[in-house]
Design a protein around this ligand. Sequence first.
Ligand SMILES: CC(C)[C@H](C(=O)O)[C@@H](O)C(=O)O
Length: 510
Amino acid sequence: MASSVGFAHPTSSLIINKKDKSLSVVPSTSQLSIYKCKKPISNNISMAMATRQSERKPATTGSMKSPMTMTEKILAKGAEKAEVKAGDNVWVNVDVFMTNDISGPGSIGIFRKEFGENAKVWDREKVVVIPDHYIFTSDERANRNVDILREFSLDQNIKYFYDITDLSNFKANPDYKGVCHIALAQEGHCRPGEILLGTDSHTCTAGAFGQFATGIGNTEAGFVLGTGALLLKVPQTLRFVMDGEMPDYLLAKDLILQIIGEISVAGATYKSMEFVGTTIESLNMEERMTLCNMVIEAGGKNGVVAADSTTFKYLEDKTSVLYEPVYSDALASFHSEFRFDISKLEPLVAKPHSPDNRALARDCKHIKIDRVYIGSCTGGKTQDFLAAAKLFLASGKKVKVPTFLVPATQKVWVDIYTLIVPGSGGKTCSQIFEEAGCDTPASPSCAACMGGPKDTYARMNEAQVCVSTTNRNFPGRMGHKEGQIYLASPYTAAASALTGYITDPREFLH
Ligand SMILES: CC(C)[C@H](C(=O)O)[C@@H](O)C(=O)O
């Protein structure tokens, strides 16, 4: 016998089957079918839900009875509760849901199957659809994925669909942006205090804005599309205190490689990673994004940097939506704390085949490389290209291996061709790259970061050694199963391009 218990999401009700403890969510919108959760739910979850209604208090971000971390506060707000603590299972309202061409079609399929062929998404203005992964390819299945996003977005009248129709010239598609995580930020979809869920594990990038941002699977995504809510376990928080003046040969990539090397690829599993300290405060938004982007490589549920004047300035011309930043209480309970003196850190790489296989760049100078790749959500932003250009400029030399440049978005592409590199006497990044002998900057997309179809630009189709500014170096990640990927900052990648060996950027930056 099923019994209905207090489930506060306005458009749904929850049924718990007492016998097998299975959970069913019944969206109240008439055209939706019953969404069934096949797994038995634990007593804890059912208890939490059963008491939810009576516990509801007005949401607040002011002073709390119990001190909370930033992540706890954002989830409390999203759950319309005065407080939550790590380990609680809470239904949260989603502020923004993002999907792309890799996982979008699957999520859409589940949404239609569970909610009905004619079902409408919970809020057409809160769903952001961004084709970005396998775009510039003649692969029919990849093209079909983008078609599915288009059909869905038109059918649902999705407000933010960044479409691409003309593959021959990306500039002929003014709506097209490029890599979803960077496009989200540039288009003003990342806002402090909010909850952003996306069908891509690097959705955590947006934690740079002091928001809760995490990747979800297609099944969860189907449910979010239908209801705008999701059951989430509140993660414990690991605190990373990074102090000290950042030497000018380091970038955020070095900071996150240092952390992942320290705690391992499983060191933050289902934990929030909060970054604080004077070094973090000194980082610009794109560097904070690089840092948060790779928390998933340590297993992290999300990463967060407190919103400050740098954040507010970045957002000034990007959004008119009112947002409410929240901050960790001084007495909040952290699972553990890690401290780093960044003034002593040296340029790093992650050797094949794991992001935690940390080594000093200067200890790898014997490793001969075949190519360099500068691109992706991690290392293809404007600041990444400015850094690479700065290094090429300082060296006055030409690259010794093919050097591929893939701007993350159209905006980054424009910046490469228009922004003057400081100290260059008026040169743009594109001019410096051309003088250094790099490949012409490619059409913005994820390109070879995740391999892709055989004709993907800069895909590793041979067993080569690559220094890359991307986020993953698993076997096969950039195409060839025997390829070897060394993850590095744009400085280290550019320095290595100039020598043909893994090279510490201090050899060129004075
Ligand atoms: C599967 C895929 C969309 C991937 C992920 O979610 O892990 C993405 O972030 C990436 O690395 O390109």
